[in-house]
Design a protein around this ligand. Structure first.
Ligand code: HEC
Length: 152
């Protein structure tokens, strides 16, 4: 029962946020840079595969802005947690995470489901978020994360 409620809650937030993103996109087509649409971000050209995966799989929760949603989904933009450990970030998208974590002093406890099913996609999307929205957190190589086992 508790699990069902949680899923309903996540779906509600996810659909509300996609709605908000669509609204924003529609109303700001001539002023993209003001709200940081991803087309403007140099990381989109540098990491096109990761940018595509991000827009397909991550925006509903972490938002186009990378700012997340307060008290529900943590920011990736300016995240001390992301910056601290690239290997852990790759594990997060491959296997998801059910342990509460703290980003920039705030704790997030909603579980994140697994997002990608292979190491190549995981590295692509993590390299994107390490460098999007002004993040300057470097990159991770496939050979550095080969040891991560996919757990389902
Ligand atoms: C259904 C919502 C949801 C989706 C979709 C989602 N995440 Fe998350 N993410 C979360 C939540 C909630 C947390 C924090 C709590 C946790 O990990 O259990 C989190 C945490 C993270 C973290 C570590 C904390 C931080 O802010 O640095 C990273 C990195 C991350 N997500 C990346 C991604 C990427 C990349 C994608 C897409 C491939 C993605 N997430 C898709 C909900 C989501």
């Amino acid at each position: 029962m508790k699990k069902t409620l949680l899923i309903v809650f996540i779906l509600a937030i996810a659909s509300y946020s996609s709605y908000a993103v669509l609204n924003k996109t529609a109303s700001a087509s001539n002023n993209d840079s003001a709200i940081g649409l991803p087309g403007d971000d140099p990381a989109d050209a540098k990491f096109p595969k990761g940018a595509k995966i991000y827009k397909e799989k991550c925006v509903a929760c972490h938002q186009l802005s990378g700012m997340g949603i307060p008290n529900a989904f943590p920011p990736l933009k300016g995240s001390d947690y992301l910056k601290a450990d690239k290997h852990r970030a790759v594990t997060q998208v491959l296997n998801g995470n059910t342990t509460p974590l703290t980003v920039n002093g705030a704790t997030y406890a909603i579980p994140m489901p697994p997002q990608v099913d292979n190491h190549e996609d995981a590295v692509a999307v993590i390299n994107y978020v390490l460098n999007a929205w002004g993040n300057d957190y470097g990159t991770v190589k496939l050979e550095d994360v080969k040891d991560i086992k996919i757990v389902r």
